[in-house]
Structures are given as C-alpha cells and as structure tokens.
Design a protein around this ligand. Structure first.
Ligand code: XMP
Ligand code: MG
Length: 180
C-alpha cells in the first residue's frame, strides 16, 4: 500500500503534535460545557479517536454519516443523511470533527441542520483545510493544516475506500488513478 504514495505531505509526527495543540485548546474552551463531539464518517474516524483522547474535559461522542451525490473526488452539494445522530443536539454545544473541508458544502449542510435542530453553539474542527476548493461560505473554527488543491489520502481520507489506514497524509502516484 505505502508504495502507492508519491509524496508524504504531513507526517504522523506532525499530526500528533497538532492534535495535542488542538486538544489543549478545546480543553480550555469547553471545561464544564459537556460538548457533543460529532465525527463525520468515515473520514474523521482516526482524527476523532486521537483528538478526543487529547481533550481533558467531559464530552459526549456521536457520529453522523452523510453522502453527497457526486463522483469519488468531488461533491455535488446535495447531501443525504446515511446515519443520523443517536443524541439530540437541542441546547448542546456542538463540535463537528471533519477530515477535510474542500467545497464546504457538506459542512454548510450540517451546520444549518444543527442550528435548525436548536443547538446552542456549533463549532467546526477540521484536520485539513483546502481553501482553494471552497464553494460555500464556510470557515473552520479550528483547522490543523492547510493543503493545496490536490487530492490527498491517508489518516481517514480515502481513494476508492483505500488508504484510510495510512498513518500520514500523502499524495498518490498518478498511475494509481490512471489504472483504476
Ligand atoms: P466538501 O463538501 O467540503 O466535502 O467538498 C468534503 C468531503 O469531500 C471529500 N474530499 C476528499 N477526500 N481526499 C479525499 O480523500 C481529498 O483530497 C478530498 N477533498 C474532499 C471528503 O470525503 C470530505 O469529507
Ligand atoms: Mg468525509
């Protein structure tokens, strides 16, 4: 699998340092607020697992799975709920955990949905931000790293459901796309 990677963009060590920093910040900002931390499946899974263990505050965890109608590499903006939350967001302080914000359409939908469901506050934490891809007016409250407008894989991010288990963020060799 690792032989398919052309270049490592963000190493496992860099991710580790960053999640500690973000975890400390959330610890300070959310003491005694019992936030509901919502991971967006499947991509946010490793970041969610690592980040929440760096937060020293009581919190609740939930997951949501949404799919946007589009092809493998871009989203169309029409979002469908595949798995909804178990918990109610009414009156809660929500922290959405994402792997990457590209067009921002997925998050734009989720933020409106949680406001509609009467959340007290909604904050966005993303490991990666790809600002050049933006179509919706979405700015993350916390972003780990800014990435260029290239397709990235690893640490939750997939190409055709593969590479989510890479411990770092990388760019695939071009022939991997060509051959599939
Ligand atoms: P938006 O709605 O912000 O959606 O366009 C973000 C979702 O799109 C996927 N995405 C990527 N997945 N490498 C990936 O593996 C990428 O470079 C990439 N850019 C966007 C991803 O599912 C993310 O949650
Ligand atoms: Mg995703």
């Amino acid at each position: 699998m690792k032989e398919d990677i052309e270049k490592v963009l963000i190493s496992a060590d860099e991710i580790k340092v960053k999640k500690e920093e973000i975890g400390e910040r959330i610890t300070r900002e959310y003491q005694h607020r019992f936030p509901l931390v919502i991971g967006v499946l499947k991509g946010a899974m490793p970041f969610m697992a690592d980040l929440t263990r760096s937060i020293n505050a009581h919190l609740e965890i939930d997951f949501m799975d949404v799919s946007s109608y589009g092809n493998q590499m871009t989203s169309s903006g029409e979002v469908k709920i595949v798995k909804d939350l178990d918990s109610s967001v009414e009156g809660r302080d929500i922290i959405i955990i994402e792997d990457i914000i590209d067009s921002g359409l997925t998050l734009s939908y989720l933020v409106s949905l949680f406001h509609h469901r009467k959340a007290n506050s909604v904050k966005i934490v993303t490991l990666l931000d790809k600002p050049e891809g933006r179509k919706a007016d979405i700015v993350p409250d916390i972003a780990g790293f800014t990435v260029p407008d290239e397709f990235v894989v690893g640490y939750g991010l997939d190409y055709a459901e593969r590479y989510r288990n890479l411990p770092y963020i990388g760019i695939l060799k071009p022939d991997i796309y060509r051959d599939s």
